[in-house]
Design a protein around this ligand. Structure first.
Ligand code: DAH
Length: 339
């Protein structure tokens, strides 16, 4: 019996020593300690052992069992450690490999142009404010000297929510809102989306963007307006840019003008870009009408001011030489990537 136990012990230990995978260990456990295992077999044959020897043999069986179990645990831990080390070696990261390229988006030409305009005016001490896109008729028209039935309403037909609420057709209502709320001096620009019931074509869209400007203070004159816009044009289109003021009419300014800049492609000689004229129209402006000041709670005897409105898309199209406005709204990555 004793020799049998010794043999079982050394055989089991040798097998475990040789085991190279966790599955092998399990086979060994079953072969020796399982229900039909060799050691279990020895226990079953205890009935053949002389009663006085039984405790001794029993103790020996237990010792062998404990030894095998302990060795099983040790081998298991060693194998697991080895497997983990091999995995670490296999999955080592080569930090010198080129990284996966993260695809970042591109700024829309409108955003680039807007940031540029904001930079210029903020540099001159202007505040950037916003107004609602869904607006009262009162602000969009009435307080800008465009009462019901005024012909200027025809050019700015828009989408009506009801009789008194509409989608703003211009950013000019922000002028009225700011004048009502804020005491002069006022120096602000108001960029934002506007709406018109226009058909889509290369130069029109039912939804586009404008940037409004407003300055109100004591002793503001047309000369201030001219100087400001001349500076703006130079910053935006280049140091050599000249401006030209053509008389025009807007209901909320008097006098009013449209502003052309000298063509930054040909320098004013005339080319395809400026359709041979040497000038490119960029915005509308004027001195704020005294009646508008009055309607917005500002005393026209004490204060004067100027205003201007510029189309954001128009600037983006000019600056980046894009010949169709629809490209700005298609969100084609191949187009956006170019800016
Ligand atoms: N709101 C005008 C338009 O949409 C543009 C404009 C012209 C704005 C003259 C002004 C201005 O502030 O003084 O056609």
């Amino acid at each position: 019996m004793k020799e049998q136990l010794e043999r079982i012990k050394s055989e089991a230990l040798a097998k475990m020593e040789a085991a190279d995978a966790l599955e092998r260990l399990n086979e060994i456990r079953v072969a020796y300690l399982g229900k039909k295992g060799e050691l279990t077999g020895v226990l079953k044959s205890m009935k053949d052992v002389a009663p006085e020897d039984r405790p001794k043999v029993g103790q020996m069986v237990n010792e062998v069992r404990e030894m095998i179990e302990q060795k099983l645990e040790e081998t298991k831990a060693a194998l697991a450690k080895k497997a983990r080390e091999e995995q670490m070696k296999r999955e080592v990261i080569d930090v010198t490999l080129p990284a996966k390229k993260a695809n970042t988006g591109h700024k829309h030409p409108n955003s680039i142009a807007l940031e540029e305009v904001e930079r210029i005016f903020v540099g001159m001490g202007y505040e950037v404010v916003e107004g609602p896109e869904v607006e009262y008729d009162m602000y969009n028209f009435e307080k800008l000297n465009i009462p019901k039935g005024h012909p200027a309403r025809d050019e700015q037909d828009t989408f009506y929510i009801n009789d008194s609420i509409l989608l703003r057709s211009q950013t000019s209502p922000v002028q009225a809102r700011v004048m009502e709320k804020q005491k002069p001096p006022i120096r602000m620009i108001a960029p934002g989306r506007v709406f018109r019931s226009d058909e889509v074509d290369a130069t029109h869209s039912p939804s586009f963007h404008q940037i409004e400007g407003l300055v109100i203070d004591k002793h503001i004159t047309f000369a201030d307006l001219k100087g400001t816009l001349a500076e703006f044009a130079k910053e935006l289109f280049g140091e050599d840019t000249k401006v030209k003021f053509r008389p025009h009419h807007f209901p909320f300014t008097e006098p009013s003008a449209e502003v052309d800049v000298s063509c930054f492609k040909c320098g004013g000689k005339g080319c395809r870009f400026c359709k041979g004229s040497g000038w490119i129209e960029i915005l509308g402006c004027g001195m704020v009408h005294p009646h508008v000041l009055e309607m917005c709670g500002i005393d026209p005897e004490e204060y004067t001011g100027f205003a201007f409105g510029v189309g954001l898309e128009r600037i983006a199209l000019l600056k980046y030489e894009i010949d169709d406005m629809r490209l700005l709204y298609e969100n084609d990555i191949r187009f956006l990537k170019q800016f």
